[in-house]
Design a protein around this ligand. Sequence first.
Ligand SMILES: [Zn+2]
Length: 350
Amino acid sequence: MANSKGLIPADIINEIKSKNDIVNYISSRQELFKRGKNYHGKCPVCGKLESFVVYPETNSFYCFACSLGGDIITYVMKTKNVDYKAAVSELAIIAGITPPEINPSSNNLMRDAAMFYHSQLKTNSKAKSAIDQLHAWGIKGKTIVQLGIGFHDNSFNCFIEYMTKQKSYTIAQLEEANLIAKSSKGNYCDKMRNSIIIPTIDEEGNVVCFDYYIIDKAQLYKYPNSDKFARSKHLYSFNLAVRSEKKSVIIVSSYEDYFKLFGLGITNVVATYLPRITNGQLDLLKKNFKVVMPFLPQYVNFSACDQYCKSNGMFCEDIRLQGCDSPIEYLDKYGVDTIVEKVAEFERIL
Ligand SMILES: [Zn+2]
C-alpha cells in the first residue's frame, strides 16, 4: 500500500531494515545455498528451483524466473500475503523497535474512514436510497466520486469492525474522532447509521469533518467542532474551488445549494455550513480568489461580506435571488447561464 508506505518515516524504515539481516531472515524460513557471495534457493512465490537469489551486499533478493525482487519488507509482504504496514510492524518487533503506526495519526484515520464510507456507497446493495437522494440533490456518477460522498447502512458495527480489525485503530481513537458512540449499556456502535456521509477535505487533502444526513429522518447532523476542526474557519469543498483555478468563487450556505450548482458543472463554489459567512472563512477565500459571489438568502450578512472585501482588495458581487427563496429555486426558474456568464466575465476582465 503506497499510501501507508509514505507515512512511516524513512529513518525508521532504514533502522528496521539494517537490524534485520536479509540472509538470516530468509534462511530461517527456507533453505538457501551459498554460492560465491550470494545465496540461492527455491522461489517462495513461483516455486522455481535455483532461480531465487539473495544478495547480502544490497540486502535484497531477486527471482530470475518470475522477476519478483525487492528488500526484506517485500519478501515479508509476498510470502505472508500482508500489506506494507503489517510487514514493517513484524520486522520492527523482530528487531526490538517499537512498531511504527501502532498509533496511526488522526489524519490517516479520517482518510481511512472516508474511504470506507465511500466504498460502501459504491458496493453496498442497501445504498440505493442514498443514491436516489443524491440524484434528487442534483449530483450523480462522477460528481459523487469527486466529492467523496459516503454511505453507512443500518449495521451497528461494520465501521468499528473494519477500522479496528483491518486498520488496527483503537476504540479510543475512533471515539476521539467522533465517529462512534457509546450506548446506554456501555457498548460502542457506529455513529452515522443509515446515512449519507459528506466529508470535508481541506486544501492539504486532510479529511476534517463528516456531516451526515440520516436518510429516513431526512435530517442533517453535524460533526462537532473540536481543536482540529472549527466550522467557522473551514468551507465545504474549498479544495475543489481552488482547483477550478477561477478568479471568482460562489458562496452558498447549504449542501443542497452546493450540490445543485456542482451538478450543473460549477466547481468554483463553496458552502459555509452556517447561514452566515465568517471572517475566518473569508480569510481562507482571500488566498485564492479576487471576487466572492454570495448566492445566499437575503437574511445573511451580505453587508459584512461586502465590507470585508472592500478592506481586503477584493470584489463582492451579489448574485441576487430575484424573489426566489433559495439558490435551488432560482436555478430551477432561471437556469445557470447568468452565473456562468458572470464567472466568465471576471476571468476576462481581471
Ligand atoms: Zn519466482
